[in-house]
Design a protein around this ligand. Structure first.
Ligand SMILES: [Zn+2]
Length: 409
């Protein structure tokens, strides 16, 4: 590889490409033709596109001339995009005014999932290549701020949430797929499958096909409730990184942004979500979390019971809700990174048609609310459909007044 020496910047970039070349080679990816002249340009990228690097098919890398101190991480991320481009592309279209081409679906909204998967897996590859890098975890916090937004939400150029795509899903699949190389092979399988299926359409059906070959994953919609749970407890091997980068300490309390309610003597019944809570609209492949905090005096435990009702209204054309669409966690201790909790997976009762929607209801009684730190309701929309459901909850304490035992005179 030859790099121009622009004030020494070429020499700085060249060695940063060695770790990703080695790591992706070891993981069995088809790499760009390394024997050919490898095109790396150090130019004013940031001034043009607002980011320090970009990679264009068939594998041309551009780095900004004023690169960040995390150049190694950036190089690993961009190099993985050159690997993406080696999986043969069809449906290419010319970029006006250049000799380059991009997949024609690249900027179309209906295939934003393709771009999400490229970015999420490039963040993962960055972590694989540069073990000391923590930049890869930056998108975690932004994603968890809006867990109700569809997982493959694709920020557009200039969007302040440009990095809000979920980087967590590839990590989840690796830890739970049972694929080779410690689960890592599932990522390569998705790109191979994308190639096999013609390389022109959306990514989610490809993920469905690959996950469908993996016990116990099944499909994206079947996997999603467990993924939703992993995100709340941040049950990931790299959780110390995620907590550090998102919350400033390896044991920071980092969780998907919930609606926070407190039950205490002044508030014995609550319902919601409040219209101001972003999670009232749960988009496709997304979730909404409600935290019900125990605000009673722990010294005055009187055997309080918490009764919860969750109502869901969905388009009747959708298939029946997946198991785990609603979960309740009774969380007795919450001391990140550990929590002691039990999961309740209520049966969703089909209440029949309600107007144009089908109404489902879950009811749960928690007899020992006094012993909990908080109880969380999570509603997961497992459908990849624009037909967003409505959901609401109510929760109340019984007995509402403590029983007072009269002292005989
Ligand atoms: Zn990227």
């Amino acid at each position: 590889m030859w790099l121009p020496n622009w004030n020494g910047r070429g020499q700085a970039v060249a060695p940063t490409l060695t770790p990703p070349i080695n790591s992706e080679s070891a993981l069995g990816y088809s790499l760009p033709a390394l024997a050919l002249p490898y095109q790396v340009y150090i130019v004013k990228v940031r001034a043009r596109i607002g980011q320090p690097g970009i990679t264009i098919p068939p594998g041309v890398l551009y780095f900004d001339h004023q690169y960040a101190p995390t150049l190694g991480a950036l190089a690993a991320h961009e190099f993985f995009h050159t690997v993406h481009w080696t999986y043969p592309q069809s449906c290419m279209t010319s970029i006006p005014g250049t000799i380059f081409q991009l997949p024609e679906h690249w900027f179309r909204d209906e295939n934003e999932d393709l771009r999400w998967w490229m970015e999420a897996t490039a963040q993962w590859a960055q972590h694989e290549a540069v073990g000391a890098d923590q930049d890869y975890a930056v998108p975690v916090a932004v994603y968890l701020q809006k867990p109700w937004q569809h997982i493959y939400y694709r920020p557009v150029s200039g969007d302040p949430e440009r990095f809000s795509y979920s980087v967590l899903f590839p990590f989840y699949l690796i830890e739970h797929s049972g694929a080779g190389n410690g689960g890592r092979d599932i990522i390569r399988a998705t790109w191979q499958q994308y190639q096999t299926t013609g390389n022109c359409g959306p990514m989610l059906p490809v993920l469905d096909a690959v996950l469908g070959n993996q016990t116990p994953l099944g499909s994206v919609r079947q996997t999603f409730p467990a993924y939703t749970e992993a995100n709340y407890f941040l049950s990931y091997q790299q959780q110390a990184d995620f907590r550090q980068v998102s919350g400033g300490a390896p044991n920071a309390d980092v969780r998907p942004n919930p609606e926070l309610r407190t039950l205490d003597n002044n508030s014995l019944a609550v319902s919601g979500p409040a219209p101001t809570f972003g999670g009232t609209q749960v988009e496709r492949l997304a979730a909404s979390y409600i935290d019900l905090r125990n605000g009673f005096n722990p010294a005055q435990s009187v055997g309080r019971r918490l009764d919860i009702t969750v109502d869901i209204y969905r388009n009747p054309l959708l298939p029946a809700p997946t198991t785990g669409t609603v979960k309740i966690w009774t969380i007795n201790t919450w001391t990140p990174p550990t929590a002691t909790y039990t999961t309740i997976q209520p049966i969703l009762q089909d209440m029949g048609l309600s107007g144009l929607n089908r109404h489902y209801r879950a009811t749960v009684s928690i007899p020992n609310f006094d012993t909990t730190d908080h109880v969380t309701i999570v509603f997961t929309n497992t459908e990849n459909s624009l037909l967003s459901p409505n959901f609401s909850y109510s929760a109340s304490i019984s007995p509402q007044t403590p029983t007072v035992t009269a002292t005989p005179p």
